[in-house]
Ligand binder design. Structure first.
Ligand SMILES: Nc1ncnc2c1ncn2[C@@H]1O[C@H](COP(=O)(O)OP(=O)(O)OP(=O)(O)O)[C@@H](O)[C@H]1O
Ligand SMILES: [Mg+2]
Length: 266
């Protein structure tokens, strides 16, 4: 089992998009035993973007609206029973643990005590026999929720739009990862994924070059995901994924190339 946290402290860095897209693609591929990968997606962001995107909030009576369906209970007490994962209607091979707005209150509490920060890791390791991959969507911050995810992970995956804001932010990202290594010494950066890339724009090309030159010492650089606002926007209300709804689109090819690269480096 591999546990990967998708994180970038910057907001709107395409973390949730990459968890949903790569999670879906992983579930369509086979594991070493020749059966479909068993993939669990965990939403640790109180904004609940991944939960919403998977369609779990559409029914007001769904249990996904309840705090008890989330990892709140595990984050407070690692020995507690793991919540029952949800099956998203349009991607039934995936399993999803939703988020709740009240997770926000844990962001500071988790920082107060190392034994709380390592709780998630202990709880996820109990799922070793159940999943091939666990992908965690993190909030755009460096608080306790993000750190609990990083401490629990084999590696961090860093999506980064090819904008100057992303590059400026990388120092913070590496600092937080270094701090998390105190509790998880083997934490790696699996890859930087350049996203929302527009090769017609000079600035995007320059930043892509800069990333390739300056960050490749820290971690492998993934093939890019091109900017396609309409394609990535339309899958949201459809509760789908680009690869599911637009299998012939070049975006799907790119996402498959990103996944191939990720599987090579982890
Ligand atoms: N390749 C792309 N081209 C154009 N738009 C994209 C692309 N990938 C993602 N987006 C859009 O970028 C926006 C931000 O993406 P997303 O919500 O995944 O970022 P995030 O890092 O999870 O944000 P937050 O920090 O709020 O959690 C979304 O509207 C998404 O549809
Ligand atoms: Mg998000």
């Amino acid at each position: 089992m591999k546990i990967l946290s998708f994180w970038n402290e910057a907001g709107g860095a395409t973390k949730t998009t990459m968890v949903a897209e790569l999670g879906y693609l992983l579930s369509t591929r086979q594991n070493e035993a020749g059966s479909a990968n068993r993939v669990l997606l965990i939403d640790l962001d109180p904004q609940r973007s991944l939960t919403r995107r998977m369609g779990l909030l559409d029914d007001p009576s769904s249990k996904a609206h309840r705090l008890g369906a989330t990892l709140n209970i595990i984050l407070q007490e690692a020995e507690n029973d793991f919540p029952e994962p949800f099956i998203p209607e349009r991607m039934p091979a995936l399993r999803v643990i939703p988020a709740h707005q009240q997770l926000r209150s844990l962001d500071n509490i988790l920082m107060t005590d190392d034994s709380l920060l390592i709780g998630l890791r202990d709880a996820l390791h109990r799922l070793e026999a159940d999943y091939d991959y666990i992908l965690i969507d993190t909030p755009p911050s460096n608080g306790g929720l993000t750190r609990a995810a990083l401490v629990a992970s084999d590696a961090a995956v860093i999506p980064m739009p090819t904008h100057i804001k992303s590059v400026e932010n990388i120092e913070n990202v590496t600092q937080v990862l270094a701090q998390c290594r105190r509790l998880n010494p083997s934490l790696q950066i699996a890859s930087f994924i350049p996203t929302v890339y527009n090769k017609q724009r000079t600035q995007d090309r320059e930043i892509y070059e800069m990333v390739a030159q300056q960050l490749s010492d820290l971690a492998p650089i993934s093939p890019p995901v091109t900017e396609r606002p309409a394609i990535f926007r339309d899958v949201l209300p459809a509760r789908g994924a680009v690869a599911l709804d637009q299998p012939g689109n070049p975006a799907t090819q790119e996402l498959n190339a990103v996944l191939d690269h990720l599987l090579e480096v982890i």
